[in-house]
Design a protein around this ligand. Structure first.
Ligand code: ADP
Ligand code: MG
Length: 700
């Protein structure tokens, strides 16, 4: 059948041979016909769309020009040496510039000949030029000025060996010629007709050689859907298998402590979203299932309280619970918050961090083992082997993106039956996407803020206007409010950051002098105790301004603080900015976030700042973030299998992802073993994918 042809080594393809074959392998990682077929164009040139030189008016967009070469010269010397090619069309002149590969590029241009040029113009001294454009000589028959031409990635070395985009295209043309009836369908008729998908073979042909945008769209939808569908099938199957294999602690009891706390000790009404989430969690815990749940909720949505309720449920059922936070400050804050909530109940709560004294540690260890200690709150210190529980039933992890998979696994081992896991994150992303990225987790979402919060007003101010920002701070302080001023922390240059922070502190001290004003400073170089002390002074209202590096990013709760000034805001990522902004707006007063930058901003930085000014919605912000950075960065060390997508894009193809996930779920609930005859092709393809990548997707 098909496999043999697609498994054929690339050098056997007509027109390729051993030399190009070697380049395909070493430069483009293409070893077989099948891999070549999956080497998709990264864009298409619409030959019918030509720009005129005189119409170029911004350096935002790439342009396509049909030009004649009028001059070719090498200019500059040494490292500044470049190849300058002057071209013109009927409307004007333009310079093409090449800094690299001058020697082999130069002979490709001939004066008087016609070329098709594609690239991003840059303005220099009121003239536009294009650096390193794609270009191709137009001869009588090589370029039809109609239809869509695929463009493939290549490398300099491959290009020299004849495998530029055009060379790859030729090889693919040859392959497409040979494949009819060699590409089997892998989806069921039902799915294909339900979604009106292109047939697989047709999709492959049209993704490489579309005759129209319509064909291209249909082909790309089909291939993206297929990619997501099999990814989802694997994720869901894996999860089901795990659920079958691992049972969880049963939290059966109705819960005296839970009920007492719920009815008599919460100073406010839970939001509907909080109630719903508590219900979702209780359902897991009463079902013998092992809970592995991600709790998404915007900053300030009240996740901590939800987690406390769940911890009480654990205690009601004879278990212990722990809460792990990424920083000492945050852990400490959780400790105080929870201690305060529980002050009239007899629940043992203690704090364990890197700076806990040895004598205190020994007490904690002993009480954990005797069971006297019910809730342990802390940092990574909780993971140490000496920390042994009598009967740990629940682990809560705050701010999940800081903890890796390995650390989660370590917590699992703290009891013979692994404790339930509740992971809380304030970086919300769309549900389907979260399910894909954290395939083994169930998701709960708190999509509602407690009532009475006024949306934070966000402003962008240039450094030049700092004095007016100071004036604004002064007014707010006069009204009894407090202000954060945050500086970026860049790991590579701690010394420099420190200097920025200290310079800032000095100018603030001059503008807001003692004794009328008091300023706290918190930065990474301070001892934990000193940080804590300063933080507490600010929290108690003894100081009006807190100058800090991003150590205050997560969790800190000072409801009276109403202004967050972020210095060099362009240096922060979107989710960091959103986290920081979430430090204010926690009380009844109108709060403000001021983003300070200088005039020079990259396009991405501009988008980040504009997004922050425009919206307070964490989901919206997370989506923009995802588009700017791509899922890889957001995940860090998370499972790379999910990111190894050939055509689908987790950030942009969210709707296709949802539809693929729905279909996969439908299939597995109708036919859990994928054993039905009409799903045979799905089963076969899935097992061939799994065989190819056996280690794929071990998530926790
Ligand atoms: P998160 O951890 O989700 O950022 P927190 O749990 O720190 O949010 O809650 C923020 C603040 O809102 C806390 O002071 C908390 O006590 C308060 N809070 C939580 N739930 C409610 C509610 N339902 N109504 C009013 N205030 C609430
Ligand atoms: Mg929190």
């Amino acid at each position: 059948m098909s496999q043999p042809l697609l498994a054929t080594p690339i050098e056997y393809l007509k027109g390729v041979g051993p030399k190009k074959g070697e380049l395909f392998k070493s430069e483009l990682r293409i070893y077989t016909y099948g891999q070549l077929l999956h080497f998709f164009p990264f864009r298409y040139i619409d030959r019918s769309q030509l720009n005129k030189i005189k119409d170029i008016h911004s350096d935002e967009k790439a342009v396509q020009l049909k030009v004649v070469v009028t001059n070719i010269s090498e200019v500059g010397a040494g490292r500044a040496k470049r190849l300058s090619v002057i071209v013109q069309d009927s409307t004007g002149m333009l310079e093409l510039i090449f800094f690299k590969g001058i020697k082999w590029l130069k002979p490709k241009f001939k004066i008087g000949r016609e070329y098709l040029v594609y690239g991003k113009p840059t303005k220099y001294r009121s003239q536009y030029n294009i650096a390193h454009p794609e270009f191709e000589e137009i001869t009588n028959d090589n370029i039809k000025l109609t239809g869509l031409q695929p463009v493939y990635h290549s490398t300099e070395k491959a290009t020299k060996g004849g495998l530029n985009s055009k060379g790859v295209e030729r090889a693919i043309q040859q392959l497409l010629h040979q494949i009819p009836r060699h590409i089997p369908e892998v989806l069921s008729n039902e799915i294909i007709s339900d979604l009106n998908l292109a047939e697989r073979e047709v999709a492959f042909i049209n993704i490489h050689q579309p005759k129209s945008y319509q064909e291209l769209k249909k082909a790309s939808f089909r291939l993206k859907f297929e990619e997501f569908f099999f990814l989802q099938l694997r994720l869901i199957k894996q999860k089901l298998a795990k659920e079958k294999a691992i049972k969880g602690h049963l939290f059966e009891a109705v819960g005296d402590l839970f009920n007492e706390f719920y009815s008599n000790h919460i100073p406010f009404e839970l939001t509907n979203a909080q109630k719903r989430v508590v219900k979702e969690i209780r359902r897991d815990l009463g079902s013998n299932k092992h809970m592995n749940r991600l709790l998404q909720g915007d900053v300030g949505s009240g996740k901590t309280l939800v987690s406390l309720l769940v911890m009480l449920l654990a205690i009601d059922n004879g278990f212990q619970a722990c809460l792990m936070a990424p920083t000492e400050i945050l852990a400490t804050q959780h400790f105080f918050t929870i201690q305060e909530f529980l002050k009239d109940l007899s629940v043992g709560v203690m704090l364990l961090t890197g700076s806990t004294k040895k004598s205190e540690r020994e007490i904690i260890h002993a009480k954990l083992q005797s069971g006297e200690l019910h809730i342990l709150i802390g940092t990574h210190a909780l993971l140490e082997d000496v920390v042994q529980f009598k009967n740990l039933g629940l682990t809560v992890i705050d701010e999940q993106h800081r903890f890796g998979v390995k650390q989660r696994a370590k917590l699992w081992k703290k009891n013979t039956i692994p404790p339930h896991v509740l992971v809380m994150t304030a970086t919300p992303i769309p549900r389907t996407l979260a399910m894909t990225l954290y395939g083994d987790l169930d998701i709960s979402i708190i999509d509602e803020l407690p009532p009475g919060r006024k949306p934070i007003k966000t402003l962008h101010k240039y450094d030049k206007h700092r004095l007016s920002v100071f004036g604004f701070m002064e007014k707010q302080i006069a009204e009894g409010r407090q202000v954060y001023v945050v500086y970026p922390l860049i790991e590579e240059s701690e010394a420099l950051d420190f200097k920025d922070l200290m310079d800032g502190y000095e100018s603030l001290s001059r503008r807001f002098p003692l004794p009328k004003y008091k300023i706290s400073v918190v930065h990474g170089k301070m001892k934990a105790q000193d940080k804590e002390h300063e933080m507490q002074r600010f929290a108690k209202g003894e100081t009006q301004i807190l100058v800090a590096t991003t150590v205050i990013e997560v969790g800190v709760n000072v409801p009276n603080a109403s202004v967050m000034v972020i210095e060099s805001a362009n240096k922060f990522g979107l989710s960091q900015l959103h986290q920081l902004r979430g430090r204010v707006g926690r009380g009844a007063n109108q709060s403000y976030c001021v983003l300070m930058t200088d005039y020079k901003l990259s396009q991405d930085a501009k988008t980040r700042i504009e997004t922050m000014v425009k919206t307070n919605d964490g989901f919206e912000i997370a989506e923009v973030d995802l588009k700017l950075r791509g899922p890889g960065d957001i995940l860090g060390t998370q499972q790379s299998g999910v990111l190894d997508l050939k055509i689908a894009d987790l950030a942009k193809d969210n709707l296709i992802l949802s539809s693929a996930r729905n279909k996969a779920q439908e299939l597995l609930s109708d036919d859990p073993e994928i054993a039905n005859e009409e799903n045979r092709m799905i089963r076969v393809h899935l097992s061939s994918l799994i065989k190819r990548k056996p280690n794929w997707g071990r998530i926790s």
